[in-house]
Design a protein around this ligand. Structure first.
Ligand code: C2O
Ligand code: CU
Ligand code: CU
Length: 527
């Protein structure tokens, strides 16, 4: 039975084991926007001039703190946002804004987040990078039904598993909830930049595109003892690309505007790229900054677009980015970069010293993988006056336990490829309840990911360490604990992973959300 109809005549010549030259050629032919995989969706609305709109910083939610836990309440709700000046964008939001509010947790202190869904569609909330028990992780069929009762559980399941035989919710996950769900996050994990977003099976791309994404920061004592920039000098930057209709609404190439049949139209199955870059929900914003060091928490929350970020102009001497953290928190030592490559889902914590540019300079952050408007990201406008001394990045940041590959009990292969009806992991499109692996808690495993085209691979529950790329050394962006690793076409990456604490059903998947929605996801069961 064909689960999806989006292939049409667009099938690629990638069959069987991916060779080297053929998929590369195909990827090049299909790249519609510079070197970005996916297809560019062009806005019909009038777009603002870059670097006019001030950079917003998402508000931080204050928890109702009990003795034992921090308790947050988030109402998922429709909102009309002004993203393009003078136009209204109907959005799906966490608490009325895009990005949603930033949550802040303390390592070891339990965080409860109650989500109430007043949107017209079911949703699933996942904390990306969270070390979370399965019932609270946001399994893709663990929907929260709309609170008004307009959509039944049966209808919600049918919209996710359209045409798929024999689906069923596996054991150990949270099940379907009516109207609201409380997620329990024990937060037994290091300080890190996490994010939460929609994760509904077959509909994640739409949910995130319409606004369901926010930051969740974790702090700990180790990080606090370091002289790093804080407060207003510690800025989370959520980078997304979008396209807009003439009236300002989000443009997205759904196959069925009635939202009963999931998927995007044939032309966009590689991924949807927008022509407007939003940072914290604002189009090509500008941030006025004193000549002092900042910590920037960069998150690529785009559906499909990768970024290679660079400052223009570069400061004298280069190495503008001093990377201090990755997906899973602090590195052992800072790593200096001229440019940063971020696949969808990845985070990089960097310190940037804005005193390295002259007073009054306009410093653009650009994406060298894109052309046209999507090449521009944001601008920092450097204030006048002398440079100020402030906290920077110490040479020693943290200690990271190395997972020893010599002690690995198994090596598993996961192949991310195109199938005939969609995107596959080990030749299978996603089916809830069918596990591709059963890792034992506490054991080191080696997971090897190989790709045909470009795929950012994400694993839930525990962070991993990159051991090798194409049999060689890890790349410049692979340092530290990762939960998402960006794979260009025909690469292989080996990682060491050790799952801990929680038994149950979890996911690994491609974080190109159109790929994820169209099959490129798999369950694994820990125990
Ligand atoms: Cu950010 Cu399973 O996702
Ligand atoms: Cu995740
Ligand atoms: Cu993919």
């Amino acid at each position: 039975m064909r689960r999806r109809h989006f292939i049409g005549g667009a099938a690629l010549g990638v069959t069987g084991l991916a060779g080297v030259s053929l998929p590369l050629l195909a990827a090049a032919r299909r790249a519609a926007d510079g070197e970005s995989p996916g297809r560019l969706l062009t806005s019909r609305a009038e777009l603002p001039r870059p670097y006019d709109v001030p950079l917003p910083v998402p508000r931080t939610l204050t928890p109702a703190s009990g003795a034992a836990a921090d308790v947050y309440e988030i109402v998922q709700q429709p909102a009309e946002l002004e993203i393009l000046p003078g136009l209204r964008t109907p959005a799906w939001t966490y608490g009325g804004t895009f990005p949603g509010p930033t949550l802040v947790s303390r390592t070891g202190r339990r965080t409860l987040v109650r989500h109430r869904n007043t949107l017209p569609q079911p949703t699933v909330t996942h904390l990306h990078g969270g070390h979370t028990p399965a019932h609270s992780d946001g399994y893709p069929t663990d929907v929260i039904l709309p609170a008004d009762g307009r959509i039944t559980a049966e209808r919600a399941l049918a919209a996710m598993t359209h045409g798929m035989p024999g689906h069923g919710a596996p054991a150990g996950v949270g099940g379907i909830a009516g109207g609201e769900r409380t997620h329990t996050y024990p937060m037994d994990q290091r300080a890190a930049t996490l994010w939460y977003h929609d994760h509904r099976m077959s509909w994640t791309g739409l949910g995130v595109w319409r606004g369901l994404a926010g930051f969740h920061l974790v702090h700990d004592d180790e990080e606090e003892r370091l002289p790093l920039p804080r407060g207003e000098r510690d800025i989370p930057l959520m980078i997304t690309d979008r396209a807009f209709e003439e009236d300002g609404s989000f443009r997205y190439p759904l196959i069925d505007a009635g939202l009963t049949r999931p998927g995007v139209t044939d032309a966009y199955m590689d991924g949807v790229l927008g022509d407007v870059v939003l940072v914290n929900g604002a189009p090509w914003p500008v941030h006025r900054t004193p000549r002092v060091r900042h910590r920037l928490r960069l998150l690529n929350a785009s559906n499909a677009r990768p970024y290679r970020l660079r400052f223009d102009p570069q400061p004298a001497g280069g190495d503008a980015f001093v990377q201090i953290g990755s997906d899973g928190g602090l590195l052992e030592r800072p790593v200096r970069h001229d440019a940063l490559r971020l696949g969808p889902g990845e985070r990089f914590d960097v310190v940037v010293d804005f005193s390295r540019w002259p007073p009054g300079a306009g410093v653009r952050l650009v994406n060298t993988l894109a052309r046209g408007g999507a090449r521009e990201v944001m601008e920092f406008r450097i204030a006048g006056g002398p440079a100020r001394e402030d906290a920077g990045a110490p040479d020693r940041l943290s200690r990271i336990e190395r997972l020893d590959p010599g002690r690995a009990v198994v090596t598993r292969d996961f192949r991310f490829r195109q199938g005939k009806d969609g995107w596959t992991v080990n030749d299978r499109m996603y089916r809830p309840g069918r596990a591709l692996a059963r890792p034992a808690l506490g054991e080191v495993e080696i997971w090897r990911f190989t790709t045909s085209l470009h795929h950012p691979v994400h694993v839930h529950l525990n962070h991993f360490q990159v051991l090798a790329r194409n049999g060689g050394a890890p790349g410049p962006y692979d340092a530290g604990w990762k939960d998402t690793v960006d794979l260009p076409p025909t690469q292989s990456v080996e990682v060491a992973v050790r799952f801990t604490d929680y038994d149950g059903t979890y996911m690994l998947h491609c974080h190109n959300l159109e790929h994820e929605d169209m099959g490129m996801m798999a369950d694994f069961i820990t125990g």
